[in-house]
Design a protein around this ligand. Structure first.
Ligand code: ATP
Length: 903
């Protein structure tokens, strides 16, 4: 029996909350500090399996294949085949069956491909887990967690397995996903009563919940389907993925088409019988009509276009998690973005120092471990400067080291910037930490905008604090002037605020620093502080953002900066990036009223503003609500735990891949792997392109099908000597329609796609303008095909009388080639020649065209196929006419597009 099996037999594991944690560690044969060894993990993984939730309704391959046959289209074809057999048209019957099979196989392969793309994307959004293994803390894919692993979690992390806590600091979790309880749960370590209910097991953490505060270590007790979350998943079994709005639109649309076809069928059938045509020939015509009308490829081509779009975005660092978001993206008309890291580079560098009555710009010289004081070198001797350096190094959770192998750094870029400054100022952080061991910490939060640490030293206690200038100064009662601590009067306070404001206006990010000495351990230590100085940082804008914002403007998308930074800094960056004008106002979070108290005037002010500063995450939620009430489609970025509600509420929640917490990434519909604003714009562009592509192939398929309908109806109503046969139509629909349509689905965005306003979400795939175009295109194609037959008859075969088979063949091939060429008509960019469009440049379109022609030629050369299709060999003159009339239809359509009669 393997270790894990014998462990799992143990009763203690059934109620891990009732066992004290050293016993639990023993039970799971693991070590709190070292964790498991690599060999042990391999063994445990083999017996416990991967830490994954199996989605209950995983459709098997066989089901995917069977699903291909469950469609009204196959039903109609099945009836057609049945009737053919009934009337002893064996060849037709068998051929229809073969076509059904081929169609099913294409559908099956495409669906498989779409499924694979989705799987590939899922892998990209995997949640990592931090564990102790072989004595080191490492990051692993959470699927590889095993019972006995020592898991570390901190604020913002998703919990990825069930664990018994062994050590923690201020740990709180949000367990609403599991228990429905929306308040955070305070965690602890001691054992609990065996009967404790799930929601009250405070010494456990559970898969599917997330950490809202603090951090902790837990020993993993169960993984995958054995977790509480797994048990629920097993009970509920995951719902099927809902169809996207677009897929729904297409389904409704296809149904309508079927009804129209049935109505047309009945009409023509009755008219034919009344005209005295034989029943069997009318039946054949009706079958042809039914087959002609249905755009078989539609649903699968649209799913594939969406899935392919997602993959393409992934290549550009944008992970879209839901298929439906791809569509929403294209309609986005306001993007709310953070400043730090999204618009700026997040390479934060200290460049300015201010202490009492002295300030200077500074330049760090890392290789030589020194600071150049540009205008005031005497600062380096002032006591305030020393406190500044000390607070910078102590009140800091980042890591920075410079050794022979180069720089190593991790943590908040602003804090890394501070550590670099302290390093250049000659402060040895490790020595300092030994002299001043940390005994408590008030972590930084976007709400309070400050951070503080409490340290012990020889004389007593030392408090180090830093934060947004106005927030920290509000907690200071004195200031360090020279070597004296004097009261911070109102006048002095304002002077300091003025200095910070002025620097912020020039784009610097200003931070204030304070300290306090204490004899006894203080309770609430972030009060009555002594202000020691200010440090200014630069965080240059990302170079590509200006162009991206300009692109948004021309695309009718409003860009709004929502930042926790100072209004003046925010404004400076906004002006640099072309996001706001010098004269524009900035809305300060402090002045933002509660949502329910907003007057109409306030609302208008908010809607018109483009910079919001010193905001907290709650304001983000209010802004999303406001924009949505105005029927805007909102994209909102976020990275923190508290951003999750706004990310969920926005039409497109956008989380940061580098800076963002796991919770934000979980809540968002889209994750930016590189955190860059320009990637959002790129995604919007892709979203628009996908919608356009879907429109393109729907127009293409419908105009092709309609032209077939028109030809059959005309031939039938006018009693012409020729007609299209069901098998020929099937051949056309399968060969000349589906392949080019698939290629259209992956066309690149047209160059002007970002120069028009976003479409409202209710925009139909086919509006009036496009319906008109479909009718006009199909009329032209039909006239060209029928015209081809008449020309061939009049010019070449007049003496021979009507040769029905020849007429049919000319009709058939003219239709095939017209439709193949018609794919090049599918660009709707105004005033661009067809050979300059993205469709012409799309190599897949050319592959499709070549393949279609090759199949057509092969089908003509292989005699059994030729027989099935009812075609025969005839002269070059006829081929010339076929070619001329196919091109004629293409050029006439091009001409009327040029004349702007249709789009
Ligand atoms: P954005 O919202 O665009 O990312 P931001 O990074 O400035 O901007 P927050 O992280 O909420 O927003 O920070 C708000 C303010 O808090 C900052 O302007 C700064 O003054 C202060 N601040 C930021 N990081 C720290 C930190 N680690 N310690 C103390 N104060 C900080």
């Amino acid at each position: 029996m393997s270790t894990i099996n014998s462990i799992q037999q143990n009763d203690g594991l059934k109620n891990p909350w009732a066992v004290d944690h050293p016993a639990m560690l023993k039970l799971l044969q693991t070590d709190a500090d070292a964790g498991l060894s690599a060999e042990e993990v391999v063994k445990r993984l083999r017996s416990a399996g991967y830490n994954k939730i199996e989605s209950g309704k995983r459709i098997s391959l066989a089901m995917v294949l069977i699903n291909q046959f469950i469609s009204p289209f196959v039903l109609l074809l099945g009836i057609a085949a049945g009737l053919s057999f009934f009337f002893k048209e064996w060849l037709d019957g068998i051929a229809i069956i073969v076509v059904i099979l081929i169609n099913a196989i294409i559908g099956f392969l495409m669906e498989l491909q779409a499924e694979q793309s989705m799987e590939a994307l899922k892998k990209l959004t995997r949640v990592p887990a931090r564990v102790m293994r072989d004595g080191k803390q490492i990051e692993i894919p959470s699927e590889e967690l095993v019972p006995g692993d020592i898991l570390f979690v901190e604020s913002g992390d998703m919990v990825t397995a069930d664990g018994r806590l062994i050590r923690l600091s201020q740990l709180q979790t949000d367990e609403s996903a599991l228990t429905g309880e929306s308040l955070p749960v305070e965690k602890l370590v001691p054992p609990l009563n065996e009967q404790t209910a799930l929601a009250e097991r405070a010494n456990m953490i559970y898969k599917g919940t997330f950490v809202s505060k603090g951090n902790g270590y837990a020993v993993v007790v169960s993984t995958g389907m054995s977790t509480e979350f797994g048990a629920i998943a097993r009970m509920v079994q995951q719902a099927e993925q809902a169809a996207t709005p677009l897929e729904k639109k297409i389904a409704i649309f296809s149904k309508k088409l079927i009804w129209i076809t049935v109505a047309l069928l009945v009409l023509i059938f009755t008219a034919g019988l009344l005209n005295g045509k034989p029943f069997v020939s009318m039946l054949e015509t009706s079958i042809a009509l039914a087959v002609a009308a249905i755009p078989e490829g539609l649903p699968i081509v649209s799913t594939l276009a969406l899935a392919y779009g997602m993959l393409r975005m992934a290549r550009h660092n944008v992970i879209v998690k839901k298929l439906s978001s791809v569509e929403t993206l294209g309609g986005t008309n306001v993007i709310c973005t953070d400043k730090t890291g999204t618009l700026t580079q997040n390479k934060i560098e200290a460049v300015y120092i201010h202490i009492h009555q002295a300030s200077t710009e500074i330049k760090l010289d890392l290789p030589n471990q020194s600071i150049h004081f540009i205008s005031n070198t005497s600062i380096s001797n002032a006591p305030a400067y020393h406190h500044l350096g000390r607070v910078a190094a102590l009140c800091n959770t980042a890591y920075f080291d410079l050794d022979g192998k180069g720089e190593t750094e991790s943590g908040d870029p602003l804090e890394i910037g501070l550590l670099k400054m302290a390093y250049c100022a000659g402060i040895n952080r490790q020595d300092l930490q030994q002299l001043f061991p940390k005994i408590d910490e008030v972590p930084f939060s976007s709400e309070t905008k400050i951070m503080g640490t409490l340290h012990k030293n020889n004389e007593g206690y030392y408090i180090a604090a830093k934060g947004a200038v106005e927030e920290l100064i509000a907690r200071c009662t004195s200031v360090l002037e020279g070597s004296e601590i004097v009261p911070l009067t109102e006048e002095k306070r304002n002077q300091w605020l003025d200095i910070a404001e002025k620097r912020a206006q020039s784009g610097l990010r200003m931070l204030a620093f304070a300290f306090r000495d204490e004899d006894v351990i203080p309770k609430d230590f972030l009060h009555q502080l002594t202000l020691t100085g200010l440090i200014g940082f630069i965080d240059p804008p990302r170079p590509e953002v200006r162009a991206a914002i300009a692109e948004c403007k021309s695309a009718g998308i409003k860009v709004v900066m929502i930042t926790g930074d100072h209004p003046a800094t925010a404004k400076n960056i906004a002006v640099q990036l072309g996001l706001a004008k010098e004269t524009d106002g900035v809305i300060h979070g402090g002045t933002m009223k509660h949502f329910n108290e907003l007057t109409q005037g306030d609302k208008e002010k908010w809607i018109n503003a483009s910079v919001f500063a010193r905001v907290s995450p709650k304001h983000k939620l209010d802004l999303v609500t406001l924009y949505q009430n105005e029927k805007m489609v909102v994209g909102m970025t976020g990275d923190g735990v508290n951003d999750a509600p706004a990310l969920k509420k926005a039409d497109i929640g956008i989380a940061m891949g580098e800076r963002g917490t796991q919770v934000a990434q979980e809540a968002a519909a889209m994750v930016l792997k590189d955190d860059a604003f320009s990637s959002i714009v790129l995604a919007v562009k892709q979203g628009r392109a996908i919608f356009e592509n879907i429109r393109k192939f729907v127009i293409f398929l419908l105009s092709c099908n309609l032209s077939e309908l028109l030809i059959i109806s005309t031939a039938s109503v006018l009693n012409l000597h020729f007609q299209l046969f069901p098998l020929q139509i099937l051949f056309i629909n399968l060969v000349t329609d589906v392949l080019p349509a698939l290629a259209l689905g992956v066309t690149e965005a047209e160059p002007h796609i970002m120069q028009r306003k976003p479409y409202p979400s209710e925009t139909p795939i086919i509006d009036k303008e496009r319906w008109t175009a479909i009718f006009v295109y199909s009329i032209i194609i039909s006239i060209a095909c029928i015209g081809g037959v008449f020309t061939s008859h009049e010019l070449l075969h007049n003496q021979e009388g009507w040769n029905t088979e020849l007429c049919n063949n000319v009709l058939f091939y003219t239709l095939i080639f017209s439709q193949i060429l018609h794919v090049l008509n599918m660009s709707f960019e105004k005033g661009i020649a067809f050979y300059k469009t993205e469709i012409f440049k799309n190599r897949y379109v050319w592959y499709a065209i070549i393949l279609c022609i090759a199949i057509t030629v092969l089908s003509f050369l292989i005699s059994p196929v030729r027989k099935v299709l009812d075609v025969s060999i005839y002269g070059w003159n006829d081929w010339t006419i076929v070619t001329l009339f196919s091109f004629l239809s293409f050029f006439v359509i091009q001409l009327i597009k040029r004349l702007r009669w249709v789009i």
